[in-house]
Design a protein around this ligand. Structure first.
Ligand SMILES: *Cc1c(COP(=O)(O)O)cnc(C)c1O
Length: 424
């Protein structure tokens, strides 16, 4: 019986076991919904592989300049199909999501251009890319690229009137920027239906503006992707959803053909574009990861929904709620003290397949105004499609949980975290 197994091997209290049982019952219809999204997205990916004639020779490795790397070129096509885009560039050599997004921004913006972010403050690591306070490092601001920002409304929706006013004003907006995921903030993720609506408005008022979506954490959480509903360009990381927990590093940019061409020039050089870039044997893992990404994202969505159900059953506020629709894989849980945050992260770590015996401790991470604690027992360093949890150690004591590419394993880590929190 499952209960005995949990008691014997993982020492889960009966209280948490009971709450978990109820949580699973509560998740039943949500899981069916997630299963349906996974099913449709997986079929879409299979079709992308078939349509683009992926073959075993695509996995061959190239070295040096990487001229004529068929696997790399076909992979770009598969990636474009996967994201409903005209074209794409997907590379192991993008060092992170920030690097990928930054490459796209520098590829498209020119001195004197204005970038308008309409989803509030962008992800932390992008702030220095846009406007470094210590000028001279080569941020967009250093090149005379202007930046404007419009906050979301209190209900986490676009501020239509402010956006309209700005787009109607004299200043031309070269790039409208949207972050789909909540990232590490208290707002909600932006659904594709909201993004679609705002894309229509931007098209109407400023037809020449390029619409770019930071798609990190959002991939395959809904039935389509931003290029299908009006975005010109998207970018994301391969150690999150799109790499299917198999890609060892990298990122992708997908969108309009002309824009991807510019991104290719920036990725290598204007004279070489996408003609060079050795795949060094990483193609196979990226193909495998992208192929599995819908399934893996489904597991992460189930993990998030189960975490919401379990911790709300135990009396904690969670966001999003179990039944709420999701456009990213991030789940927040409001704990009640600093000690509970630490216990939670240590609990998650103790139920991870890698480094389970390590105790994460709070530390003063550069760029944060308070101590931060992180749990990640992952196969790929820093991968957040694998189960991970982070928390700044301050009120309102929110822990951010994401990933969990193997629900049945992530479930155990969450039970251990629940027990650790209740033992405080
Ligand atoms: C993770 C993330 C990024 C940046 O990716 P890194 O790999 O951490 O550099 C940007 N935007 C969002 C919404 C993210 O979740």
């Amino acid at each position: 019986m499952i209960e005995n197994y949990l008691i014997n091997d993982f020492n889960i209290s009966t209280k948490v076991q009971t709450a978990a049982k109820e949580a699973l019952t509560r998740c039943k219809s949500k899981f069916e919904e997630i299963e349906n999204i996974t099913k449709q997205n997986q079929r879409h990916l299979l079709k992308a592989f078939i349509d683009n004639k992926v073959s075993e020779s695509c996995f061959n490795m190239s070295t040096g300049y990487g001229y004529g790397d068929k696997g790399r070129d076909v992979l770009d096509k598969v990636c474009a199909s996967a994201f409903f885009a005209e074209d794409a560039i997907i590379r192991h050599s993008f060092a992170s999501g920030t690097h990928t997004i930054s490459t796209a921004l520098f590829a498209i913006l020119r001195p004197g251009d204005t970038m308008l972010c309409i989803s509030g403050t962008p992800y932390d690591t992008l702030l220095t890319v846009i406007d470094d306070n210590n000028k001279g490092k080569g941020s967009l601001a250093d090149f005379g690229i202007k930046y404007k920002q419009i906050e979301l409304t209190e209900k986490s929706d676009f501020n239509y009137s402010k956006i309209s006013d700005t787009l109607k004003s004299k200043e031309k907006i070269k790039l409208v920027y949207i972050q789909r995921s909540r990232g590490y903030s208290s707002r909600k993720s932006l659904s594709l239906s909201k993004i679609s609506k705002i894309c229509n408005l931007v098209r109407e008022l400023s037809p020449d503006s390029i619409i770019m979506v930071d798609n990190c954490y959002g991939e395959f959480t809904e039935l389509r992707e931003p290029p299908a509903i009006g975005a010109d360009l998207i970018a994301g990381s391969l150690i999150k959803n799109a790499g299917g927990a198999i890609a060892p590093s990298g990122g992708y940019i997908a969108g309009k053909k002309q824009l991807i061409e510019l991104c290719a020039y920036r990725t290598t050089t204007v004279s070489t574009g996408r003609e060079i870039g050795a795949s060094l044997g990483f193609n196979r893992q990226i193909y495998m990861g992208l192929f599995n990404a819908p399934h893996i994202t489904g597991e992460a969505l189930k993990t998030a929904a189960f975490a919401a159900a379990l911790f709300s059953n135990l009396g904690f506020d969670v966001d999003p709620g179990v039944e709420e629709s999701r456009s990213d894989i991030v789940q927040t849980i409001q704990l009640k003290s600093r000690e509970q945050l630490i216990a939670f992260c240590q609990g998650i770590q103790s139920g991870s397949p890698v480094d389970s015996f390590v105790k994460p401790l709070p530390w003063s991470m550069p760029g944060y105004d308070c101590d931060v604690i992180m749990a990640a027992g992952t196969f790929t360093l820093g991968s957040s499609i694998e189960l991970s949890a982070d928390a700044p150690l301050r009120e309102p004591y929110t822990v951010y949980v994401q990933g969990g590419w193997n629900f049945h394993s992530a479930e155990i880590a969450l039970l251990l975290a629940a027990d650790a929190v209740l033992n405080i």
